[in-house]
Write a protein that binds this ligand. Structure first.
Ligand code: ADP
Ligand code: MG
Length: 341
């Protein structure tokens, strides 16, 4: 069942790091957060444990999302986080260093220098061959699209820090855009809205929960509501209010318009033959941000195109790295007979 070549695929997202192990599938999905002790420089926590510390740390502990804006804001922290994650994968039985391939996907805003830092961090774990692939291409492959044909596929990947939009044909992006408006900006917009309307300050995690619970981009059939607790900006004391989905829709209008404008802009720059293909096949949405209630309907309304959210939308990029890995392995296995083992 397993090929001879071992390998892992990594989706180094702005919000989530996913790891795909060849022959096993996705073995890890953790928030891309790391917490370190500023004095001893030791890693205090990574992933979910570190996420719980965001906004709750004492002075000597630093908890951050090092890839938050789709660029590597802190090399050292990114490397540390990646190393820790790879170590935990090794515990999954990947403790051999022979013929160990890695396919990694980094946010599209990451510079050449930053990419090299990622490659170095990975190669220090013993990987032999490291391939970087472009995020929308990985997302499209992971969503099950055949991108190898001369046929236009449009992917809109909405993550935490960035939205990546691309029309792909013959394995590569033809027209694309990457904007720093995605899930985090939705959270920020909710914080701003509640502060302005209710004079109440809420934290990022709370805003995210409100978004996931009752957020919407398109008017739903019924008004949903939830209680939100924060700090009264007047008295400084905790307070609780009830907000409705219609209010959150209003709060999200600006970032959502920026995303749909960017989608329309890419469509306008797309060569006519490919535009015809997209008219037929529609737009595929991936990434956690695409799960916002009614965002697919909103984009469909703006573009007059059919829009579909990919199955396993959050895992598409990781699954895409996995598929590329299998392809590389098949090719390599046909060159080696495995007798070196
Ligand atoms: P990245 O690829 O940048 O790491 P992800 O694809 O993991 O990001 O998406 C993370 C974003 O998706 C976060 O902003 C998160 O709040 C958002 N998200 C996850 N689930 C939902 C949901 N059900 N509704 C709305 N937003 C969601
Ligand atoms: Mg992503």
């Amino acid at each position: 069942m397993f090929g001879l070549t071992k390998g892992i695929g990594i989706d180094l997202g702005t919000a989530t790091t996913l790891v795909y192990l060849k022959g096993k599938g996705i073995v890890m999905s953790e928030p891309a957060v790391i917490a370190v002790d500023k004095n001893s420089k030791e890693v205090v926590a990574i992933g979910e444990d570190a996420q719980k510390m965001l906004g709750r740390t004492p002075g000597h502990i630093l908890a951050i999302r090092p890839l938050r804006d789709g660029v590597i804001s802190d090399y050292e922290m990114t490397e540390l986080m990646l190393r820790k994650y790879l170590q935990s994968i090794k515990r999954h039985g990947l403790n051999f260093l022979y013929r160990f391939n890695v396919v990694v996907c980094v946010p599209s805003g990451v510079t050449q220098v930053e990419k090299r830092a990622v490659i170095e961090a990975i190669s220090s774990t013993g990987a032999r061959r490291i391939e970087l692939i472009e995020e929308p291409v990985a997302a499209a492959i992971g969503a099950g699209l055949d991108v190898s044909q001369p046929y236009g596929n449009m992917v809109v990947d909405i993550g935490g820090g960035t939205t990546d939009i691309a029309v792909i044909s013959l394995g590569g992006p033809v027209t694309s855009a990457s904007i720093k408006v995605a899930g985090d900006k939705f959270d920020e917009a909710i914080i701003k809205f509640i502060r302005k309307k209710y004079n109440m300050q809420i934290g990022e995690r709370t805003a995210e929960q409100v978004k996931i619970l009752i957020g919407e981009a398109f008017k739903g059939n019924e008004r949903r509501e939830t209680e939100v607790t924060g700090r009264d900006l007047v008295s400084g004391l905790p307070m609780t209010i009830t907000v409705g989905s219609d209010e959150i829709r209003e709060a999200l209008e600006e970032p959502i318009t920026l995303i749909s404008d960017a989608v329309r802009d890419v469509l306008e720059r797309t060569p006519p033959e490919l535009a015809v293909d997209i008219g037929e096949a529609g737009i595929i949405m991936t990434g956690g941000g695409s799960l916002l209630h009614g965002l697919d309907q909103h984009i469909a309304e703006i573009t007059h195109l059919p829009v579909k959210i990919a199955e396993n939308a959050v895992e598409c990029v990781a699954l895409g790295t996995g598929k590329v890995l299998e392809m590389i392995s098949q090719y390599e296995d046909s060159l080696f007979d495995g007798s070196s083992y």
